[in-house]
Design a protein. Structure first.
Length: 727
């Protein structure tokens, strides 16, 4: 068998032309491309002509298993680049390798061109070369041959149309357009030549093939979890994800580059600028849509967007993150969800959070523009970064929550986690913003009436208190703070900060102040169960031999999880006398009636306590956000057979003075994209609800439920079940 040329030629040395495509879905390819006159005595019966292409025979399941695509609910062939797959071709007569010449063509897009990688002529070779396009015959039997086809490890990711062309004395004979031979080619984390190669099999199973994840939220002292159905293998999801690249008008030649795809994805998941997938809302108003806390997975969101071509309402950071994770894993890019607790939003790009206090120690809301999110979720995508120096590949921060504009669009990343850790914020994309999110200082400044700003305190540990993700193979939490920042106070941490300041600061940065150690202040918040009274204990410690007095101020605010205050529910002033070398504790009681009527959906309370030492005029400041403990929904399965009766027991809402009304319950059964949505009104204090669910799959499954009402949102419950028999 002789190798065919990379670009087949017909009579008179003319090149084979790509299919004349006018529309991807049309049967646009001519059967015969005639070159010159038909030779004397030659008829089409003598030509080698393709009778049938087999992609769905015994090799179909083999391909899907070997390429780790057997979970996709899609009848077309799905393979990964840089790895051979198997096909079978039957001709109208026996193939003679000494006389006959044929080749395979893969085409993508409306105007395929060989130099752009959208028209690919696969050469027939003796032996496949790793990571390069080629096909080799593995078996020949009469009129049927078996082939191994190798896609290039850097080829375009998407849905290709396939043709087989044979060279005859009269010209090139090409198969007609057949949708059944369409082939999806995805990224391949199992291929060392692919830019998303991940060398740990357990991590590949987790970050590519796991379609159920855990999202962490709340606050570091009261971390909550909820499962999220990524559903990247469900019917229609792959086409929906490819549609996002079409919608963004990403050039086909760039669709083999995970850097470009993840950057486009971070813009397309939110609806800002480009009418993307999810509309964000942080004002507690969700007319004409679904509250963000109700969603339990990405499937309904992506399918609705793909069918309607209209943004889906509504989402917040964990919703954007969950949908983006689906997009990345579906295309084969390893990805995970990350939560940063006490996440800074640096508005003026000076790598610090500026909180202005008036001369009495109270926060000046007019001057304070920076904000600290109680938590913020983003994604990490695994890829090489040939555009950066060696060592800055691996995990990259990509964030689809619309916060700040990046190159004219609301998007963020990919920013190298290694670059963020070492302060190399000069590297693209958006590394300064991510650095500020995890490692900026909180600076308290006294705003004087004459316009001066005097630094009172610099808190270096408040931002990025804890950065976590789901542990590989379990639902437990994994602390990855050390991947983003060095331990506070170390020489490496100081060097990273100096590097970041050298590259990233646009405005003057406040200099460190020598903290006063004479008087310290801290506080703790007692039992935070929703509906109970709360005790705030403030402890002052006088470390000197001098007697001091202080005037303290406690402000309690209902806040969105983004740190933005809705209203102040507690305003308390008190004086304290600090005896030499002694500690004194003051207890402030917060009654449930003070905060219950004003609660927002995630039940966050923010306490800001300041104290002015009268004798020295030093100001002490401390802030803390707490998430009230919301009783979970309790799910129970009555029967053990395939028909499940599910109960939602809401037995913990006795503290409400009025019934829960305008209640919406959203039940999601994690299997084959099955979701039920229910509405009810005038629900009493104890909720009990029953539903029949018929699982379609055997094995371990998960039931998830969320409740949303005007009084409270983010009420959630889940239950692991094992289905022993399918129906």
């Amino acid at each position: 068998m002789k190798d065919s040329p990379s670009t087949p030629t017909g009579l008179n040395g003319r090149r084979a032309l790509p299919p004349n495509v006018s529309n991807e879905e049309e049967d646009e390819v001519p059967t015969m491309e005639t070159i010159g006159l038909m030779p004397r005595g030659f008829t089409l019966k003598d030509a080698l002509e393709v009778q049938e292409i087999f992609l769905f025979n015994r090799e179909y399941d083999r391909n899907k298993r070997e390429h780790h695509t057997d979970k996709y609910y899609n009848l077309k062939l799905i393979v990964r680049r840089g790895q051979p797959f198997h096909i079978q071709i039957t001709f109208t007569r026996q193939y003679n390798p000494e006389k006959d010449q044929f080749w395979i063509e893969y085409v993508i897009g409306r105007y395929p061109q060989e130099n752009k990688g959208t028209y690919i002529v696969v050469p027939l070779v003796q032996e496949l070369q790793s990571g390069k396009w080629g096909a080799t015959i593995t078996h020949s039997n009469d009129r049927t041959i078996d082939l191994n086809v190798m896609p290039a490890a850097n080829c375009i990711v998407g849905k290709f149309r396939m043709y087989v062309a044979t060279l005859t004395p009269a010209g090139i004979l090409r198969t007609r357009r057949n949708p059944n031979t369409d082939t999806y080619i995805l990224f391949n984390p199992w291929c060392a030549e692919d830019s998303v190669y991940l060398d740990d099999e357990q991590e590949r199973q987790e970050y590519v093939l796991n379609d159920l994840g855990t999202i962490f939220y709340g606050d570091p002292e009261s971390i909550r979890t909820r499962s999220w159905n990524f559903g990247q293998f469900e019917e229609g999801i792959l086409d929906a994800c490819l549609y996002l690249m079409d919608k963004a008008q990403l050039d086909l030649s760039g669709r083999g580059n995970p850097i470009k795809i993840s950057r486009v994805g971070s813009a397309m998941i939110n609806s800002k600028d480009d009418e993307g997938v999810v509309v964000g809302s942080w004002n507690n108003m969700y007319e004409y849509g679904v509250p963000p806390s109700v969603w339990t997975g990405s499937v309904d969101i992506l399918l609705e967007y793909h069918s309607s071509k209209q943004p889906v309402r509504y989402g917040q950071c964990w919703v954007f993150t969950g949908v983006f994770n689906t997009f990345l894993r579906c295309l084969g890019i390893p990805a995970r969800v990350v939560t940063n607790f006490s996440s800074a939003h640096d508005n003026d790009a000076n790598l610090q959070m500026d909180f202005f206090l008036d001369e009495n120690g109270k926060v000046d809301s007019h001057l304070t523009k920076d904000s600290i999110w109680n938590y913020h979720c983003w994604n990490e995508a695994w890829m090489s970064r040939p555009d950066l120096p060696v060592g800055f590949g691996g995990w990259q921060v990509v964030d689809s929550t619309p916060q700040e504009n990046s190159d004219g669009m609301y998007r963020c990343g990919p920013a190298s986690v290694q670059a963020v850790k070492h302060g190399h914020v000069c590297f693209q994309f958006d590394a300064p913003f991510v650095y500020a999110e995890v490692n900026s200082d909180v600076v308290y400044l006294k705003a004087m009436k004459d316009g001066r700003r005097i630094v009172q305190k610099v808190d270096k540990t408040h931002i990025g208190k804890l950065i976590v993700t789901k542990e590989v193979g379990t639902n437990r939490m994994k602390d990855i703070t050390g991947l983003y920042k060095f331990e506070e106070g170390t020489e490496e941490e100081r060097l990273a900060l100096e590097t970041a300041l050298m590259y990233g600061v646009k405005t003057h940065r406040a200099q460190d102040v020598v903290p006063s150690t004479e008087v310290d202040m801290d506080f703790v918040v007692g039992d935070t169960t929703l509906g109970n009274d709360i005790k705030v204990k403030i402890t002052f410690k006088n470390n000197s031999q001098t007697r001091y007095t202080a005037t303290a101020y406690l402000s309690g605010n209902i806040v969105f999880y983004t740190g933005v205050a809705k209203c102040e529910f507690k305003n308390h002033n008190f004086d304290v006398t600090l005896e030499p070398m002694k500690a004194q504790t003051v207890e402030v009681l917060i009654k449930s009636s003070e905060y219950m009527s004003q609660l927002l959906e995630q039940a966050f309370l923010h306490f800001f306590i300041t104290a002015r030492v009268n004798e020295t005029e030093n100001i002490l400041a401390k802030q803390k956000t707490i998430a009230l403990k919301i009783p979970p929904l309790v799910l129970k399965v009555r029967s053990k057979n395939a028909t499940c009766n599910v109960f939602l027991l809401n037995i913990n809402y006795h503290f409400y003075h009025k019934d829960i009304c305008s209640c919406m319950r959203f039940i999601a059964l994690y299997r084959q994209n099955h979701t039920n949505l229910f509405h009810c009104r005038d629900v009493g204090r104890n909720l009990t609800w029953e539903s029949k669910c018929i699982p379609k799959r055997e094995g371990p499954q998960k039931l998830m439920a969320s409740l949303s009402c005007d009084a409270l949102r983010h009420v959630y419950g889940e239950l692991d079940i094992h289905v022993q028999k399918t129906v």
